[in-house]
Design a protein around this ligand. Structure first.
Ligand SMILES: [Ca+2]
Ligand SMILES: [Ca+2]
Length: 240
């Protein structure tokens, strides 16, 4: 879901999913008519969506294609304007409460974590906390055959657990992005992707590199930061 092709001003309505099965409705909260569509140097690829921290989120339905019981990958680009006001703020969340499945959330201190559910919650946070005004590439994978849960921040990939077991629970609850109405981010997201398996680390690194190239071309990062991030990426490629 690239958030591309939206006409400005955009503050509510449909955001197209490229799978075609999970178009989202953008909900901004009553009376909020601020333009949510951003472009150019404010984004990674073409257009992106901003969230104001109050009620803004995407609800993307509960099509059965999103019940990813064998494994899941969630990837997206995120830049926070402020840290969340409450813990458990949703970045991407399929299910919740007594009926969860998979999600990535962020806390008020910048801790972010991936959580999967199979009779019990399995979760762990990344070693690095998120800060504001920085574009991050975040990727989480869970593979039900290995039981491994990985969480990546840019090129820093952490094995969060390897003793989990079994298929993820299905849920009839809708998937939400950027919040859930009560717990919403103040920031920008771009290129949210959800896969029905744990994709290889090489593919995650390629997604990160493609976004980095665009950030540099857009002027979203300095050349110095670009070279630093490329060096970190090359180190991580060598380690894998
Ligand atoms: Ca985009
Ligand atoms: Ca709002």
């Amino acid at each position: 879901m690239g958030f591309d092709g939206l006409t400005s001003p955009f503050y509510s309505g449909t955001v197209i999913d490229t799978w075609g099965l999970n178009n989202c409705t953008y909900l901004a909260g009553s009376g909020d008519t601020n333009d949510k569509r951003m472009d150019g140097s404010s984004c990674i690829f073409n257009d992106c969506l901003s969230f104001d921290g109050s009620n803004d989120y995407l609800s993307c339905g509960s099509d059965s294609s999103l019940n990813l019981t064998n494994g899941v990958t969630i990837t997206f680009w995120l830049k926070l304007n402020t840290l969340p006001l409450v813990n458990y703020t949703e970045l991407v969340n399929k299910g919740g409460g007594s009926d969860p499945s998979y999600r990535i959330r962020v806390n008020t201190n910048g801790d972010f974590y991936m959580e999967v559910y199979n009779l019990a919650y399995y979760y762990d946070s990344h070693n690095t906390k998120l800060t504001t005004d920085t574009w991050y590439f975040i990727a989480g994978t869970y593979d039900n055959t290995t039981g491994q849960l990985f969480l990546s921040l840019n090129s820093d990939r952490k094995l969060c657990g390897s003793s989990f077991a079994g298929k993820l629970s299905s849920t009839a609850q809708a998937i939400v992005i950027g919040g859930n109405g009560g717990r919403s981010i103040n920031g920008t997201m771009d290129e949210v992707r959800i896969y029905n398996s744990a994709i290889p680390v090489s593919q995650i690194q390629a997604l990160y590199l493609a976004g980095l190239e665009k950030l540099l071309a857009n002027g979203g990062i300095t050349q110095g930061e670009y070279y630093q991030r490329i060096a970190e990426l090359n180190n991580s490629v060598a380690k894998e």
